[in-house]
Structure formats: structure tokens, C-alpha cells
Design a binder for this molecule. Structure first.
Ligand code: PLP
Length: 414
């Protein structure tokens, strides 16, 4: 069976030029794909009559390169932050539309976010109590409606939260609920009703409801319409449920999708370093990458599509080809340094002149990958909407791991 790689933007860019200029391992991102993914969501919101009520805030932690996200500013999409450093770097790059979901934080950090004036979703009653006492102009919370161990005010604490706000004569600005990443589209639709019930029961004057992320992305599909979340169906259900439950038109709906917007904007280009190694235990493809510590692949066992390229950067067709199943290795000595879990089909013809492309690495990959066991970090390239490629992160230096090492030890004195 053919890989359908030809449908991906990666097959249409000049990989040879890019790898000659920037080397490997290399993350490559497509601005056009990012814009397409945002547009798909916006079109669905418009079709459901929700265009002036839906606001998108793309999380910064799954892809923390300001160059990659720059185009969000052109389409009025904001960024979701969790750390003060993220805010500082993005301000330097001219971003100005943010919300903040910081997890559990200290009083000092609550003060930092209060000074910025940004909607900040606090995760415990204690943090809200502090913010109310400090006179912050607006209060927003993150709710863990599932009773999981994620940061968030638990469902059973909502009445106490409503009472606390009333005691201070305050109203909730907005509440966020991240329901996890494992729900089917039907379950995501079911969750809408839960959030509207929370709105009606506890916070009927809230300005906005933040549905956070969790919008599924199917890594193992090739076709874009199969890979992406069905926003048309979702927004139609959202609109119907809001009307049925009497959620007023003034209430805005916020979303923080990461995988659905970012995953297929990125590809990882690796060099195969040796002909396929076959030993009595296994078959191995040795690459210049290193273990991808990404939840998508390693914790959830999601299966990324891969493509092998020959010396001229043409796809080595897996179709009807003979080959072997092999493991895709990184470059360190660690037993677990596999770029991806499991085995992949490696067609005949893959050798030390080949490259390997791992698709759909735009979310939770570069941020959690490389600089692992002293391996230097990969470079990053952005192919802009006009089609030109730009280096946006230089390759790490081989001594990067020791960049903060002091030449002489310093005695700590009181
Ligand atoms: C608060 C919050 N918003 C958004 C996201 C993005 O989630 P996803 O990749 O499922 O869209 C996450 C992921 O952990 C999250 O914790």
C-alpha cells in the first residue's frame, strides 16, 4: 500500500536544499499548514453561527517557537501560557493576546500574572483565596470536573468557590475545564453539557467558558480529514446545546487545541547513519536523532507515520516492496533510545545514504526532544506561507549541556 506521503506538505518542499543548508536532525514546520488548521476551526465556527463567540488560544508549551506561532497574530488567535518566561519571550516577539493556565503556583507568581492583567485560570481554592485578598481585578479558575489528579478545583469544591466569591462580592470571569486527551468526538460533545451545567448552577454571570484542549488528532491516519477533529459536528452540537440550555449569547467560548492545530505542522528529518543492522535479536535503523520524550508516542503509544527517502530525497516506496520490520534507533548508548516505540516497516533500499521523516511532530516533540543524555538539540526550520524556508533555531552546540557549568567551583557563603 502506498503511504499517501504525496498529500503531505512535507513532500512538496525542497528537502534537499533545506537539509543541505540546515543539516540533520532537523524539525521543519509549515506556516501554511498552521493557518489551514486554524481556518478549518474558524470556518466550522462560522457555519454554526458562532464566529463572534469562539476564541482560540493555542498552547505555547507543545511548540515553544515564537517564529512558528507568529502567524497566529494575523488570524486573531491568541496563545495559552503557563510560565512567566513564556510571556516575556512572546512579548519580545510582539505577541499580545494571551490567557494563562499556570497549574499550581506560588503567591508571587499569582501577583506576576495579576500585574499583567491577563485572565489566569487558578487551580485551587487556596490560590483563589489569595488572589481575592490581593484585590486582583478579575478571577478565573481551572476546574477538574473529572475528579482526576490534574491541577484544578474539584467538582465537589464548586459550591465553596461560589460562596467564597459571593463573600468578597465578586463574580467569576471565566472557568476552564480540561477533560483529558482520550475522549472520542461523541464524548467531547457530551462534556459540553457538563460545562454548561456548571455555568448555570454556579457561575451564571461568567463572561466566558473555556473548553481547553483534548480535541483528538489521529496520528496513524494519512488523510487530513481523518486525522483532524470534526469541528463542524462539534460546533453544531455546541450551538444546539447552548440554545437548548439557555446559555446567553453574550457568553464567549474559548478553546485551547494543541494537537489538532499543531501536530501536522511539523516533521522531523533524520539522517540514517548506517545500512540496516540485523543481529540475532532485532533489526535496527540507526539515525542521528535521539529518544523522543513525547507523550504522544511514548506514553500513549500513538503511532506516527514515517517515510524513508533515498539519497536524492525521493520517497522509497513501501508499496509491495520487500523489506524488514525494524526498530528506529537514536544515537545514544541507552537501551531505550528509540526514536519511536515499536517496529516500523523498512523497505529494501534504505541504507546509510537515506533519510527518515517522522510526520506530525508539531506538538509536544521539539519541546521534549533532544538535549537528552548530552545529545545536542536539533535545529528548526520554518517554511513560511509564501513557501520559503528559514532557519528559526540554530542547531545546539555540542557543549550546550555544560553551558552553565562554572570553570571553577564557587563556595557558597552566607
Ligand atoms: C490546559 C490545557 N489546555 C490545552 C491543552 C492541549 O491539549 P490537546 O493537545 O489535547 O489539544 C492541554 C494539554 O495538556 C492543557 O493541559
Amino acid at each position: 500500500m502506498a503511504s499517501s506521503f504525496c498529500h503531505s506538505w512535507v513532500s512538496r518542499i525542497d528537502l534537499r536544499l533545506i537539509s543541505e543548508c540546515a543539516g540533520t536532525p532537523l524539525f521543519i514546520y509549515s506556516e501554511a499548514q498552521l493557518l489551514k488548521n486554524i481556518e478549518r476551526i474558524k470556518e466550522a465556527a462560522t457555519a454554526a453561527g458562532l464566529d463572534d463567540r469562539v476564541e482560540l488560544y493555542i498552547p505555547f508549551f507543545p511548540n515553544s517557537n515564537p517564529h512558528v506561532l507568529r502567524a497566529l497574530q494575523d488570524v486573531a488567535a491568541g496563545v495559552l501560557l503557563q510560565l512567566p518566561g513564556e510571556y516575556r519571550i512572546l512579548r519580545q516577539f510582539g505577541f499580545d493576546k494571551f490567557i494563562v493556565s499556570p497549574g499550581h503556583v506560588s503567591d508571587d507568581e499569582i501577583d506576576f500574572w495579576t500585574r499583567t492583567g491577563l485572565p489566569t485560570f487558578l487551580s485551587s481554592l487556596d490560590e483563589v483565596r489569595y488572589q481575592l485578598r490581593s484585590g486582583a481585578p478579575s478571577v478565573s479558575v481551572r476546574i477538574d470536573s473529572l475528579g482526576s489528579r490534574k491541577p484544578g478545583i474539584k467538582y465537589d469544591e464548586l459550591a465553596a468557590l461560589a460562596d467564597m466569591l459571593a463573600e468578597h462580592g465578586r463574580e467569576l470571569d471565566c472557568f476552564e475545564a480540561y477533560c483529558g486527551s482520550e475522549h472520542s468526538p461523541q464524548e467531547m460533545i457530551g462534556i459540553i453539557e457538563n460545562l454548561f451545567s456548571i455555568f448555570q448552577t454556579y457561575f451564571p454571570t461568567a463572561r466566558a467558558i473555556n473548553f481547553a484542549g483534548g480535541y483528538g488528532f489521529v496520528y496513524e491516519e494519512w488523510d487530513e480529514s481523518e486525522k483532524h477533529f470534526d469541528w463542524n459536528r462539534y460546533f453544531t452540537a455546541l450551538r444546539k446545546t447552548a440554545d437548548r440550555m439557555g446559555v446567553p449569547d453574550r457568553v464567549k467560548f474559548l478553546f485551547e487545541p494543541a494537537r489538532d492545530v499543531l501536530a501536522d505542522t511539523g516533521a522531523l528529518l533524520l539522517k540514517v547513519k548506517r545500512d540496516v543492522i540485523t543481529n540475532p535479536v532485532t533489526n535496527l535503523v540507526v539515525t542521528d536523532g535521539s529518544r523522543m520524550l513525547m507523550p504522544s508516542a511514548q506514553f500513549r503509544n500513538r503511532r506516527h507515520n514515517v517515510v524513508f527517502l533515498d539519497a536524492s530525497m525521493a520517497e522509497i516506496q513501501p508499496a509491495n516492496a520487500s523489506g524488514v520490520h525494524a526498530e528506529l534507533r537514536g544515537r545514544s548508548v541507552l537501551r531505550h533510545d528509540y526514536i519511536l516505540p515499536g517496529q516500523y516497516w523498512v523497505p529494501d533500499g534504505v541504507d546509510s545514504r537515506s533519510h527518515l521523516v517522522i510526520l506530525d511532530v508539531g506538538a509536544y516533540c521539539a519541546t521534549q526532544h533532544m538535549e537528552f543524555m548530552n545529545v545536542q538539540s536539533a535545529a528548526e526550520v520554518l517554511v513560511d506561507a509564501a513557501g520559503s524556508a528559514h532557519l528559526i533555531t540554530a542547531r545546539g552546540d555540542e557543549l550546550d549541556k555544560w553551558r552553565h557549568l562554572l570553570p571553577e567551583k564557587q563556595k557558597l557563603e552566607g
